[in-house]
Write a new protein. Structure first.
Length: 228
């Protein structure tokens, strides 16, 4: 093998027959390789085989990791024990675990969405909160608010909802997420010709001492930058 170093003696492993292959002393060997790894005379010697995973060792070459023999059987017994333990926790037969997990996952997703919506409603003044009143800035109504309990990805939807409620004006929202707050701004359709949501956003982000944010125009669909 060009570019590789070998000792005075090398191990050559051959397997099978293939007429006209050009490999081996008889030119009819199916596979002929230099290899120092573990080999068996026949696959039946391996016994149980459990594939753990595979990865790329080099271009066009895959490395397979597996357990064989007693190690494979011990692994299977361990996995079976874990499966039974999961079934006991879920209070479901082993045969129904997959469906039970899917059901719980869907329930969790629905609850997460419901909690997120409640947080947005609360942040926007839902219930008895009353919300934040708009202020007049040079003849333009503006809502500027710092929110807690919401994430940056919640802001665009909240900006659009506040713009609809405002009718005409500017909305600036800051999600207090800790060290890196998220900022979003929006301008209603009637003002986009004279006022840019991006400019409002830049001014707010600059005041916070950072870069990025999200800006919304008429429909709140134009986004620039990332979360500050």
């Amino acid at each position: 093998m060009f570019g590789e170093k070998y000792g005075d003696e090398v191990r050559v492993v051959s397997m099978g027959k293939l007429t006209g292959s050009g490999k081996g002393s008889d030119a009819n060997t199916y596979s002929l390789e230099l290899c120092g790894g573990t080999h068996v005379a026949r696959t039946g010697d391996i016994g149980a085989f459990v594939l753990l995973g595979d990865s790329a060792s080099s271009s066009g070459v895959r490395r397979i990791e597996a357990l064989t023999g007693e190690a494979a059987l011990a692994h299977l017994r361990l996995q079976e024990g874990r499966l039974v333990e999961v079934a006991n926790v879920l209070k479901a037969p082993v045969a129904e675990i997959v469906e039970r997990v899917k059901s719980l996952s869907e329930e969790r997703r629905a609850l997460v969405n419901e909690v997120a919506q409640l947080k947005r409603d609360l942040a926007m003044g839902g219930g008895s909160g009353g919300g934040v009143e708009a202020v007049d800035v040079n003849g333009i109504k503006m809502i500027a608010q710092v929110l807690t309990g919401v994430s940056g990805k919640d802001l665009p939807t909240m900006v659009d909802a506040m713009k609809e409620k405002l009718g005409s004006g500017v909305v600036l929202l800051i999600a207090d997420t800790g060290a890196k707050p998220a900022v979003a701004a929006g301008v209603t359709a009637d003002l986009t010709g004279t006022l840019s949501a991006v400019d409002v956003l830049r001014a707010a982000v600059a005041a916070l001492g950072g870069k990025g944010g999200q800006a919304g125009g008429e429909e709140g669909t134009t986004r620039k930058g990332g979360h500050y």
